[in-house]
Design a protein around this ligand. Structure first.
Ligand code: HEC
Length: 211
């Protein structure tokens, strides 16, 4: 212990003592590379790479923010936007019900994709026809009300989006699994299920070609 203190005070003294009497001297530079990194200018030639470019390409598989899988809707309806405009509170939920509208056009394609996504992500609890009888429920999972029940048949789309984004009671948030666009496509499909199982069956083979 005593020895350690001795060494410590020695180093402290060395660190404090000025390396030179000249007040303008910058002193000795230890590891000058740390001060003057051998950096290449971004767009300069670079002998270290085969293609001689300092500016590198993104790694294979990189998804650009402007990639087709992200739409303007996804950029606009980010989590920041939701928190600021329709926060996860009863008031935010009510506000979403009044003014949050589906920006994705109802087409054969959006409906078919909404159905496919519903079957991947929601059917396990809500059941194929949205009756709240999916496989998870049959194994004692949380039982959602049927979409066509008194409680949900008139549920506005904005509230649906709010619940899918933040989750509701026993239903978890699906914001990280589905882009905003995908959630809105699912909502198109859920709206057919609100009309009852018969309406759902009608969309089965024709995938909403009547829409
Ligand atoms: C783990 C089971 C589970 C999964 C998966 C699930 N839900 Fe739910 N969902 C529930 C339960 C339980 C409720 C009832 C929540 C409540 O009101 O207490 C519910 C409620 C809802 C409601 C009504 C929300 C409201 O505001 O009253 C909608 C709409 C809904 N779910 C849509 C979806 C969609 C769309 C998906 C897929 C993206 C999905 N759910 C996935 C269990 C689930």
């Amino acid at each position: 212990m005593k020895k350690a203190l001795l060494y410590l005070s020695f180093f402290a003294a060395a660190a404090c003592s000025s390396p030179s009497e000249d007040p303008k001297s910058t002193g000795t530079e230890y590891m000058p590379d740390m001060y003057r990194g051998p950096a290449y200018e971004t767009y300069s030639m670079n002998p270290l790479y085969k293609d001689s470019m300092t500016s590198r390409q993104p790694v294979a598989g990189t998804v650009a923010r402007a990639n087709a899988i992200y739409s303007d809707v996804d950029r606009l309806m980010s989590n920041d936007y939701m928190i600021a405009t329709y926060p996860p509170t009863p008031d935010g939920y009510e506000a979403a019900g009044t003014s949050l509208k589906n920006p994705i056009a109802l087409t054969d394609v959006s409906m078919a994709e909404g159905k496919r996504l519903f079957e991947n992500y929601c059917m396990i609890c809500h059941g194929t026809a949205g009756m709240g009888d999916g496989p998870v429920v049959q194994r004692n999972g949380p039982k959602p009300p049927a979409y066509s029940s008194e409680q949900l048949k008139n549920l506005p789309e904005g509230k649906m989006f709010h619940s899918i984004h933040y989750g509701k009671n026993m239903m978890g948030s699906h914001a990280s699994q589905l882009t905003a666009t995908q959630r809105w496509m699912i909502i198109h499909y859920v709206q057919t299920l609100q009309k009852g199982a018969a309406a759902a069956a009608a969309t089965d083979s024709t995938a909403a070609s009547k829409m």
